[in-house]
Design a binder for this molecule. Sequence first.
Ligand code: FRU
Length: 511
Amino acid sequence: MNPLTTTAAPASAAAPTVPSRDRFRPAWHYAAERNWLNDPNGLVYLNGTYHLFYQHNPFGTDWGNMSWGHATSRDLLHWEEQPVAIPCDAQEAIFSGSVVFDRNNSSGFGTARNPPLVAVYTSAYGGDSPLAGRQAQSLAYSVDEGRTWTKYQGNPVLDRASADFRDPKVFWYDGAAGSYWVMAAVEAVERQVVLYKSADLKAWEYLSTFGPANATGGVWECPDLFELPVDGNPEDRKWVLIVNINPGGIAGGSAGQYFLGGFDGVTFRSESTVTEGLQKDGSRMREYGWLDWGRDYYAAVSFSNVPDSRRIMIGWMSNWDYAGSTPTGGWRSAMSLPREVLLTRVDGEVVLRQTAVDPFEGSELGSFHLGPQRLVPGTLELPVTGTVARIDVEFEPGTATRVGLMLRAGGAQATLLTYDVAEGMLRLDRRASGHVDFHGTFASIETVAVPLQDGRLRLRAYLDRCSVEVFAQDGLATITDLVFPAEAGTALAIIAEGEGAQLLALDVVGG
Ligand code: FRU
């Protein structure tokens, strides 16, 4: 997005926040009490608290006045909104970026005894600034665990005289090449991830450039770079480079792709590059690595400083195609459920596995269970509803042609999650999900190839008032879509087409 002229009053002068609720407001997905939200920013864990900063317009339900909103949580599920952390001003909008815990006070912004949190964000200069039209990287710091933030006097700290240099993700590299901070940022229009290093977060030295590669049908935004063990083996590790892209995502509009490979402290070498350079035709899109195959998982980045090296990501649960038109009142857009990401080997190939932080773990509330049974072709309506729920189902499709679930059904409306056995394709069809007319591109069907495992298909779906997040085969493929069903859209049903399908189990928690 381009910087707006920011003429707004400081956030502290805004009217007191009155929570805005409607029937689409999620129970478990973070949304600002009021007003607009996009990318998660500055995800960091410190002293028992997860901090979620985010792109926020404190003054309206549309994109603009970009500032960093702030929410905190002790469990990644219950979020408490905090005052705006870094407000825009007449010179700059505060675009996406990251926060690091500067443990050794390398920046000097804190003390050895009280090391700072340092935010590395994109200054999108506008209005009064002599740098108007440029995007460069800047710092702000907090010495009170993220409550208050001070901008660094020496900003910007990294300026390439570019109009599209943004979204810095910083991490501490400790490897064969040495120990230093590394920044991954994008030259968005060039479809490039650029890497820099620093000893103090203030002086940055160029390392290397990655891209264009794989999906290039839109600008590259919000990169991330981290290392993970394969199947938990510390001797077998790979680096994951996340590159969000808009438009040109796998389901249309915004999406996140990932590359696996190696990083030697200077250069990222991809092992998953299928196509290099700028692609004119996207015919190989399905061969690329996608974080999610739905329409509504964008700008996904990971937390830093999480204990036990867990890698937890959050995405913005929307799509730039229609983000400004979604039919909610007083608030707009929510985050995805946080997801733990792991690497695992499937048939010799290393792939990403994602598991949502589960709001229903250990809960029996409204629980409903169906045991093994043959599925009669047709629709089996369940005696349980689902608007805020977790649904687990396992099918053995056998000779049937299709199996699946009808979600948020009522009247002529339903969201269909179906598996086409011959094609081996999982589909999420929201064409008749409810309100779809608010934007011409919203009605859609998302698809992902999902091989059966031992003849079985396992699906987990989270419903939360205006969203469906599907994790297939224990998170080897995911589909995230917004839906805006009519009030009556609460029913759940099992679908089978053709003889021969077995239901192994179905469990619903919530209601
Ligand atoms: C991604 C993005 C970022 C930018 C921010 C502005 O959604 O366009 O590249 O920093 O949003 O809000």
